[in-house]
Design a protein around this ligand. Structure first.
Ligand code: SAM
Length: 272
């Protein structure tokens, strides 16, 4: 069973930098844009040094939180909670009775918990989980035979749950590529994310240059008369085709990232 994390203490790796001279050189450009990332930064927002590279800026996180919502959703799982950018935005919508934020790094999770508290997230909406999101999701999708014990999280109700995944964008540098090869993304490539997330509707937060063909090819293809297959990315699709919506999220006219919205595998089986 999956255990909810207690509130973890901030550590020496959790920082609230207040002056440029204290900020490591490689994150200074992010720190200078701190109020775009967290408008309430001065309330005492904490991040680990690594978290600056991956945190979703608040305006983008808020917009995604609107776009991902479906009227039937009551639970959202943020697979890679990081410093809490998206988890907090999901919780602040008021759309979900449960927001599950999974993070495997204890220092980063402590920052996320602190940041949620500073952002006036209502008590009890976010359930934090300290662990590996792939193992945790597997367990949450398994049928439970016993009643959940105290502080454990009950199995997910599939029809009312949606997943969000903002994985690390490691491996080749996405900014130096015209088209980013998602099979080379590290440590989890598109296939690994799809294998884990496909049972539920899910949204993947990916580099803006991600290969759209790869995003389409990951879904099972509907055979056509001439033997080729079709999967639509955005725009118009035949009624029976699976539709992947891809949205660029921009700030000041520049795309920060794209999000690919996928239906659950069962929905795909229905249309195949
Ligand atoms: C790009 S950041 C997520 C940023 C987050 N959306 C935010 O706004 O703060 C990716 C995070 O995933 C965490 N992570 C990487 N692999 C993980 C795994 N297998 N399970 C849980 N968390 C993981 C990393 O520690 C990192 O904090």
């Amino acid at each position: 069973m999956v255990q909810a994390a207690p509130i973890l203490p901030l550590t020496e790796n959790c920082h609230h930098y207040t002056q440029l001279q204290d900020v490591p050189w490689d994150i200074q450009k992010y720190w200078k844009g701190r109020f775009k990332i967290f408008p309430n930064y001065n309330d005492g927002i904490h991040l680990t040094d690594d978290a600056w590279f991956g945190v979703t800026p608040e305006p983008v996180a808020r917009r995604i939180a609107e776009d991902i919502w479906m009227p039937e959703s009551t639970t959202i799982v943020d697979m890679f909670a990081g410093a809490g950018g998206n988890t907090i935005a999901f919780a602040l919508t008021g759309y979900y009775s449960r927001v599950i934020g999974i993070e495997r790094d204890a220092d980063t999770l402590a920052c996320a918990q602190e940041n949620a508290q500073l952002s006036d997230v209502p008590d009890g909406v976010i359930t934090w989980v300290h662990g590996d999101c792939f193992a945790v999701l597997k367990e949450l999708l398994a049928e439970q035979t016993q009643a959940p014990a105290k502080d454990t999280i009950p199995s997910l109700n599939r029809p009312t749950t949606v997943l969000f995944a903002s994985p690390p964008w490691g491996g080749i540098s996405y900014s130096s590529q015209d088209v980013y090869d998602l099979s080379k993304m590290e440590p989890y490539n598109l296939q690994a994310l799809h294998d884990a997330c496909h049972p539920l509707p899910h949204a993947l937060y990916l580099p803006r240059t991600s290969d759209l063909q790869q995003l389409a090819d990951i879904l099972p293809r509907k055979a056509t008369a001439n033997g080729s297959g079709t999967t639509a990315v955005g725009g118009q699709a035949e009624e029976s085709e699976p539709l992947i919506k891809v949205v660029h999220y921009c700030m000041h006219g520049f795309s920060k990232a794209l999000v690919a919205y996928y239906p659950a595998a069962e929905e795909l089986l229905e249309v195949a």
